[in-house]
Every structure is written in C-alpha cells, then in structure tokens.
Design a protein around this ligand. Sequence first.
Ligand SMILES: [Zn+2]
Length: 93
Amino acid sequence: MDSLWTIIAGGADGQIIEMLSSYILPVTINIMKSLKCDACEFEAQGEDFEAWFEAMHAHYVSDHADLMKAMEGKPKEEGEKWMADAKARFDAA
Ligand SMILES: [Zn+2]
C-alpha cells in the first residue's frame, strides 16, 4: 500500500490533496485565524478576512437570519461600519 506521502507527492488524486490542504495545512502552517461571531459563541475561521467573512456570512445566514433581516433595512454606512469593525477584530486576532 502506498504511504500517504507517496499519494500526496505523486499527486495521485487531486481530491485527496484538496482534502488534506483544507484539513491539515491550516493546522500545520498556522495561517488560519479564528474569530468569534459577535452575536454568539460560534467561531469562524479563515486565512484572510475575505475567507473569514465568507464563513461568517454563511453562519449568519443559517443561524442569525433575524439579524441579517434587521441589517437589510439599515443604512449602508452601518453595514460598512460593521465590516470595518469586523476587519479590525480580525486583524487583531
Ligand atoms: Zn453567531
């Protein structure tokens, strides 16, 4: 049986590499940041703000639909302020 490394190095299966890079690489190369949701204990992760925001947005859609709805009616500046605050929190994490 091929060792895991042979499979990785040989590029036998692109899916395996993709799977490993999403599960192992963030742990071994510590480039992922974790930041808690501002409304609950959920922690979203991302290697940069965009990736983190994408995860947080998905979380908001599924868990905080009410907050999303409340945000919809608010002026654009509030959304921008939220983004700026979130980015500041992310950069500081
Ligand atoms: Zn939350």
